[in-house]
Design a protein around this ligand. Structure first.
Ligand code: NAD
Ligand code: DAU
Length: 355
């Protein structure tokens, strides 16, 4: 079985659902359930014996050691993190604790566990660390996209904390031989995306008749990747990636923020027209820029395609339409997140199995 951290968050929960749909290998899902953890994301597998949910902190080394002792875990897939750049600007402390100290504790527990394995189990073991393209800093319009060899130049407390974690992961391979894999991914979007991030925030605000806030001039570029393409890439890296290697994962979908928001307004106009016949785009509002806002991210995803045969299935047009449709069809999920009601799921549905 595998140990997944952060499996109640946006990407982690998509990974857990897709993993169990693709095969039968069980998962221990360790998540402390911060504001970003939502067990309602895992409603479809409630009661599924292949999923063991443990409420706990990746900073708790004893807990991780216990889980590794009590379950036959052959790989760790590490998603847990504080993930929102704006939050890292207002309060960096949690980012240092979870993203750096938490990753360190996880590595230490993994190292202790791995060292005691038989030689066959040792070479089969994997520690897959999920990281971000933001560690590479910001590109100018004419720069080539980020390759795995790019220098690290993180610009926010969030990206600096992820960069520190990446370096720790790398060092555990070079110093101790731990079979690690690192993935650096671009902006994900899709089901279960917490509505503090640009795309779900704008869908939510559009439907609620609120402003769609665009930072600065809206010309910052991100490389959008549908989350199901990301989970497939992570499965592929886990299956066939070479220990010690890093793999950049991206969607080949560079878009300025303003175009992203105009596109989702256009799709909302088609799928859920406003009663008064006006466009959701009328709600677009330019607001003060994010401090230190990176101008452009773009991923060169040729290495993972050449080495492992992965490439994204969705274009931005197909992925964003699916995403808008998902939010329209899951208004209860959105309402529960907006009201804070999702926090009750912890006690109602998983109280007995949480530690
Ligand atoms: P998220 O914020 O939606 O979810 C994070 C999850 O981690 C939550 O369930 C939360 O409860 C859990 N968590 C936080 N602190 C924890 C702790 N101390 N112990 C245990 N669990 C804890 O994040 P996401 O967007 O799903 O991102 C997942 C990973 O992917 C992160 O490592 C992030 O840096 C990386 N990433 C995200 C994106 C993106 O576009 N969202 C892109 C590239 C990389
Ligand atoms: O690039 C990968 C990263 O993508 C991940 O590592 C992060 O965990 C993830 O949160 C995401 O970071 P971003 O800062 O790029 O995502 P966010 O959705 O917050 O913002 C996307 C862009 O939209 C960014 O240029 C800021 C802008 N923005 C964001 C918000 C929330 C706005 O213009 N208005 C907004 O209200």
């Amino acid at each position: 079985m595998i140990l997944v951290t952060g499996g109640a968050g946006f990407i982690g929960s998509n990974f857990v659902l897709d993993w169990l749909a693709a095969g039968n290998e069980p998962i221990v899902n360790l998540d402390v359930l911060t504001y970003a953890g939502n067990l309602q994301n895992l409603e479809a597998i409630a009661g599924d014996g292949r999923h063991i949910f443990v409420r706990g902190d990746i900073c708790d080394g004893d807990l991780i050691a216990t889980l590794l002792r009590e379950h036959p875990i052959r790989a760790i897939v590490h998603f847990a993190a504080e993930s929102h750049v704006d939050r890292s600007i207002h309060g960096p402390e949690d980012f240092i604790q979870t993203n750096i100290v938490g990753t360190f504790r996880l590595l230490e527990a993994a190292r202790g566990h791995w060292a005691a394995l038989s030689s066959d189990a040792k070479s089969a073991f994997r520690f897959l660390h999920v990281s971000t393209d933001e560690v590479y800093g910001s590109l100018s319009p004419s720069d080539p996209p980020f390759a795995e060899t790019n220098q690290y130049q993180p610009n926010s407390p969030y990206s600096a904390s992820k960069a520190a974690a990446d370096h720790l992961v790398r060092s555990y391979h070079h110093t101790y031989g731990l079979p690690v894999l690192t993935t650096n991914c671009s902006n994900n979007y899709g089901p279960f995306h917490f509505p503090e991030k640009l795309i779900p925030l704008c869908i939510h605000n559009a439907l609620a008749g609120k402003p769609l806030p665009i930072y600065g001039d809206g010309m910052q570029i991100r490389d959008w990747l549908y989350v199901k393409d990301h989970t497939a890439a992570v499965r592929r890296v886990l299956e066939a990636g070479t220990p010690g290697e890093t793999y950049n994962i991206g969607g080949w979908n560079e878009k300025p923020n303003i175009d992203v928001v105009k596109t989702l307004c256009r799709i909302l106009d088609e799928e859920h027209p406003k009663a008064d016949g006006t466009s959701y785009a009328d709600q677009i509002t330019f607001v003060k820029d994010r401090p230190g806002h990176d101008r452009r991210y773009a991923i060169d995803a040729r290495k993972i395609e050449a080495a492992l045969g992965w490439k994204p299935v969705e274009t931005f047009e197909t992925g964003i339409r699916k995403t808008v449709r998902w939010y329209l069809d899951h208004q209860e999920w959105v309402a529960n997140v907006a009201s804070g009601g999702y926090r009750d799921w912890i006690n109602t549905h998983y109280g007995a199995t949480s530690t």
